[in-house]
Structure formats: C-alpha cells, structure tokens
Design a protein around this ligand. Structure first.
Ligand code: MN
Length: 321
C-alpha cells in the first residue's frame, strides 16, 4: 500500500516530548482516503492529534469490501525509504511484487514485511481471480537512524506464533508479547499483535510500562480498558501500563500496536521517511529519474509519479500537533 495522495502533505513526527508518559485514553477517528481509483481506506496514523505509536508511523485500515466484481486493490509501483511496510489481512489476498524480484501472495494472518532500508519499490494488487472479500491493514514502521540506510529485504512468514487465552487468540505480527516472539525482523523495541476475541470474552493482556500502545478495532464492538472502541477506530493508551483489560461485546478483530517512544525526529512525505528536507527532495528526484529505487516487473500498468514537493522547506519537530 502507498500514500497515493496527489497533494501529499508533509508530516513531521518523532521525539519524546509529547508522548503520554502515563496511561491515557485518546480515541482516534479515521480519516477517509481514496487510494487509487477504487480502494477506500481509513487512515488512523498519522492522525490530527497523534502521529506515531512507538515506531509505528502509518496505519491504513481497509474493508471489509465486496470486490467480487471489482479489480480490488491496484497500487502501482512506488518507492519507499526509511521504513518497513507491514501487510496484514483478515480476508482476501494481496499480491506483492518488488524491485528485489519478490513475488508473493499474502493471505490472512500471514506477515508480509518489506524493509525498504535506503531504497526499494513495490506494487500491491488483488490477484485475478481473487476472493470475494478484502479486509486488512497496511502499516509502516519507521527505521531508526542506525538502520535506515541498510539494504532492502522482504520477508514472508505464514507460521506466526499464537497465544491463546479463554475467548482470545493472539497472533504475533512483530516483536514480543507474553513470551511469544515474531520471526519478523525489527529494528527498535516494538510489538504488533492481532487479537481475535469471541463474543463475551473478557481478558487481560500483559503490557510493558516503558512502551506506549494503541488498539485498532478492525471489526466488532469491544471495550478497551473500559472505553468502547467501534470498528474502524483506534484508542491511544499512552505508557505506564502493565496490563490491558479487554471485553468483547461481539466477535471482534483487533490490532495491538506498541513500542518504545521513538526519540528521533522524522520527516514523512509521500512514501518516504527521512530526517531533512534535502534528503526527501533527493529521493523524489531519484524516483523521477529512475536511478535509485529499482524496477518492479510484471505489474500491468504504469508506475506512480511523484507529487510536487510543498513550497515550504520541511523541518522535523515534535510528535503531536
Ligand atoms: Mn507501499
């Protein structure tokens, strides 16, 4: 998935100053974004009041969509730098192609993890034929300065660790939870977990007080620390928690996102995460000239063209507005 916005706005984020040091409840409403010609997504991060949760810097939730008579997801080749992309599905499938030559179908509760390092390009599409329903999320993890220039790589993990408790099945996407560790490579302390709750389930998740957390409801009605969270919304929880009470009023599918507050200040623009205006401008030029991000083979269509940079110079600053 990509930021296809033709009027790409700059987002500055990172830095510790605005992290909620203690437990809070901040309900984040999604912003509706049209991705390409036919895919509607709900953007939870960056959000008006909150730009990051740990190193998680971008969260799009899409579906459940009936695409039986539609092309479904069609995201043309586009570049990334300074981040990892996480593809996570509850229904349907996404075909991933990248400039390393990877060609991988990603299915529900399998991890598609692409580490851009200094430069990669990829496309994502609904294969033909495809399942009737498409429901998933696309997330970005910011790479720390120590690793943002590494070689790009792609990982696919179809056998992720699962934790069960009465009424709950948790699948580790990234990081560690309750002793289970995801095989996905991470570059800063963080966690991503998929939580499937049965109707009526009540449970408590163990958390780390030094992490900040948020919970996204992908489907169902759930109470997170006694706060109702409807499908498509995300509750930011701050730091300082050792556990998280969950109660499902219906069958529910959640994502738990967390991590150590990301101290470095970032500039996010279009599909790039950098540290300076010049670095972002150079990446844009090198996507236009075609001499840095490689080529994606096999996608039926043109690659994405870069939007214009905003006139004002980009400067990093704090992590909430
Ligand atoms: Mn992408």
């Amino acid at each position: 998935m990509s930021n296809l916005d033709r009027q790409a706005t700059l987002t500055v984020c990172g830095g510790r100053s605005d992290v909620a040091a203690g437990p809070v409840h901040e309900l984040l409403a999604p912003r509706h974004v049209l991705l390409g010609e036919s895919t509607h997504v709900r953007r939870l991060l960056p959000n008006l009041g909150r730009r990051m949760v740990g190193a998680w810097a971008f969260v799009d939730h899409y579906g459940r969509d009936d695409i039986a008579d539609e092309p479904g997801m069609q995201v043309p080749p586009h570049p990334h730098m300074g981040l990892q992309t996480v593809s996570w599905l509850h229904e349907g499938e996404v075909l991933h192609r990248d400039s390393l030559g990877s060609l991988q179908t990603i299915r529900p509760r399998e991890l598609g993890l692409m580490t851009s390092g200094r430069a990669i390009s990829h496309s994502e599409e609904s294969p033909r034929p495809h399942a009737r329903y498409l429901h998933g999320a696309q997330l970005w993890v910011a790479l720390p300065d120590t690793h943002r220039h590494i070689d790009p790589h792609f990982q696919h993990h179809s056998d992720l660790p699962v934790i069960t408790a009465p009424g709950m099945t948790a699948t580790l996407i990234l990081g560690e939870l309750d002793g289970a560790i995801s095989p996905g490579t991470t570059y800063s302390p963080l966690v991503g977990a998929d939580l499937a709750l049965a109707r009526g389930a009540t449970t408590r998740l163990p958390l780390r007080p030094e992490f900040e957390y948020a919970v996204l409801s992908m489907s169902g009605e759930v109470h997170v620390d006694n706060v109702p969270v409807t499908a498509g919304s995300m509750l930011y929880l701050g730091c300082g928690r050792t556990e998280l009470p969950l109660r499902a009023d219906s069958e529910a599918g959640l994502m738990l996102l967390g991590g150590e507050p990301f101290e470095e200040e970032l500039i996010m623009w279009w599909n790039f995460i950098g540290r300076t205006h010049d670095e972002i401008a150079q990446a844009r030029e090198q996507w236009v000239s075609g001499d840095r991000f490689g080529a994606v083979h096999g996608y039926a269509g043109d690659r994405l063209s870069a939007p214009e940079l905003p006139a004002a110079r980009l400067k990093p600053r704090g992590r909430t507005r």
